[in-house]
Design a protein around this ligand. Sequence first.
Ligand code: IVH
Length: 695
Amino acid sequence: MPSIAQRAEELCKLLNYHNHKYYVEAKPEISDREFDRLLDELKDIEKKHPELQAPDSPTLRVGGAPIAGFSTVTHRVPLLSIDNTYSAEELKEFDKRIRKALPGEKVTYVVELKIDGVAISLSYEKGKFALGATRGDGEKGDDVTANLKTVRDLPLRLQGDKPPALFEVRGEIYMTREDLVRVNEEQKKKGREPYANPRNLAAGSLKLLDPKLCAERRLRLFTYGLGGVDGIEFKSHRASLEQMKKLGFPVNPNVEAFDDIDQVMQYAMTWEKKLGDLPYETDGLVVKVDDLEQRRRLGNTSKSPRWVTAYKFEQEQAITKLKEIEIFVGKNGVLTPRANLETVQLAGTRVSHASLHNADYVRTKDIRVGDTVVVIKAGKIIPYVLRSEPGLRKGDEKPFRWPTTCPVCSSPVKPDEKKVFYYCTGKNCVGKVKKILAGYAKRGAMDIEGLGDEMVEQLVDSGLVKSVPDLYRLTLDQLLELERMGKKSGQNLLDGIVASKERGLGRVLAGLAIPHVGEAVADVLAKDFGGIDELLNASVDRLMQVEGVGPTMAKDIHAHLQDAAQRQLIEDLRASGVKLTAEAKAKPKGGTDLGGKSFVVTGSLKNYEREDIETLIRDLGGKASGSVSKKTDYVVAGDKAGSKLDKAKELGVTVLTEEEFEALIGKGGKSGKPTAAAPAKSEPPAAKKKQGTLF
Ligand code: IVH
């Protein structure tokens, strides 16, 4: 029979072992019930023999006695802060500085998630958790040991037989989003203010004087670095992370190593969208030099080590109230939800509306009318609702119900199979018509001067225009009946409409709201088929032979073009004199035929809007696409070109400045040949002139 002391020791070990299996490894070996039974047995013993309660007893996880206050501790090694980077350029600068300081040396970077919580330092003496302190001012912090003992994934005793004499790890105390919601629900029941985010809640919890209350918060831990250690040495950061894992510390599994900063960047980009899917908050990535000897040589600036940087995703967030979800009808009849918000300042603009993408997004993210929502800007421009904060609900928020009839034309609404999109079934839905007309008139399509969104509204609401061909039947007298319409602007609009007849097939197709057919695909289709009749007669298989057209696209395009109403519309356009062949009559101001070469434009240009230069490229017989691949012939790079330029360099694609592009197309007094400054990966596109000469 073991003595009571032996049994207490045994239970302590056993429970710590199972605790680690459950919380750190997420591989429980015994049931919760069995765990509780063992815990109760230990509690019983400790109650009768308080002297047997070990300092690392798992019974302490529920929280020891309240404390009077937090004593101040001086950190053995200061907890420094880290520098932030926000762009590929800044990350490259970081790499440059490191390479300059370590000339000719191989440098390996370790990339980790930047957990958004509270920094802490944990000291283990002879394998036992002895002291846990907050960062404080970096030199001195608060002793929060009692509260930290309640953190389930924090090892109270290190695993293994020969623990180092001193082992101090650095890590982040955090809280899952789910636990924030749970705590906020309890706050609500108690009539207290909810917490705004998990970081504030984690920080507040560590400062509770009653560890029992702290235990209820279910704080969690990830460790990512070392402080002072004695009795153990490492050569690399990765080796220290491995050792931490062996000793029982929770190390975040998302750790990767790269020898090249471009690879770090590529990896970082894969995380940009995924970070929101993690069950806890992160605010970017941390990039660290792996070799500890190199780190020593790199040293610190006054504020932060030179061997580390945080790569933050530049996502300014705003928190506001979602007042209403408004539905708009898109050109294909898709009902698009938009969040009407209490106006809020976000990344330099006042934001009152934000995208909600589609029905599925609203449902899976459980975004309700009345919710407090987090808004960010996609591509730094278009605001959208990232998520709601269910923990901040008051009870009067309402799940959004999709209308059963179209809010514009009252036709029945039908969801697709997966209920991702809801469609208006009305053939002549005014909402849809307005979108189609606006899409038809826009710059990359028929480029009709004077036909903006407001004009479209007026034309449709007055009943003058019910479909695209109606545009070509408009008369000046009709236009003059419209409010605020003078003779001059009426005539301008008519001239714009007439001029559009000559744009050619590519632009017509770009404007007809054909599924999957944007400007680039429209252009390829026009060039491939040459005329509308060839396209209308094309089978699905034939469509699939077109570059960039896959089976789904081919099927949808085919179905759309077989539709009787679409056929009628095309015949009406033909009858109105709209050019439905691929010759582009309008003569661009540039020169040379680009002979089917493919271009990607990136960064901001001095003389062109993006859309305009892409249109020019297409009009000159080239292809303009949005992403760089091996098939890209040229990348035209303007100011602040980012990842596309990087990719072009990586793939060895020829990069042109704006001036070099203009020289290539023979603009600006030069001939149609590229200048010497334009290194040609392939032959300059001068010889093969498709569809007649443009100039
Ligand atoms: S390494 C010299 N790694 O970010 C400091 N920090 O803004 C080395 N953080 O104070 C820190 N996740 O609290 C490191 N994987 C990670 C991290 C991380 C979160 C926190 C940490 C630090 C703050 C800097």
